[in-house]
Design a protein around this ligand. Sequence first.
Ligand code: TMP
Length: 209
Amino acid sequence: MSFPKGKFVTFEGGEGVGKSTQAKILAQRLFEEGRKVFVAREPGGDEIGEKIRELLKSSKKIDPICELLLLFVARRDNFIKIISPRINDGYFVICDRFYDSTLVYQGLLKGVSIEDIMKLKRIAIGDFEPDLTLVLDVEAEVSKRRATERSLICDEYDKMSLQKHEIVREGFRKIADIFSFRSALINASGTERAVASRIWKALEKRLDV
Ligand code: TMP
């Protein structure tokens, strides 16, 4: 069996919703099904993207527009060097966050104009869109608790108030609604296995895997 055309699947959602874990579980399953799989993340990518990630994570106070511009530099770097070549090579590329995160965090949470974000999106990646965006959704209380507990990288979003977690959650739910042609809202509460099974069902339905 051959799978000539690659796919681009993104995971989105607030802090601590389980995106990274579920991205790995999905990658493993696709690999077992015989697909070529690559897991990417944002901010991140090649050398430039990863350096920008470090910079953003370690900056105590950064102007929202500077943050936005850096995110799009990292995104273009990731897109041209990592994501696009692999999709063209038939890979299933799974990305932990993409530009929907910018719409929610920089746009809805920090008040940057959505129009400006979309302008930069067009400059950086043109009309490119995910084939499927899996929006993982848990209650804001759960998100806040998990974000506080995790000690890996303690950035500003890990210390957000409950109210901000609500804004982020609602923002991603809105994304799933507005971009329903490419999105699936996934109930991310319950066991890892239960969530993985919901994700697989969404893939079967939307991408015909
Ligand atoms: P994470 O990969 O550990 O979730 O951390 C990435 C953080 O960066 C997360 O808190 C959300 C934030 N972020 C933005 O603010 N805007 C973006 O466009 C992206 C991709 C991430």
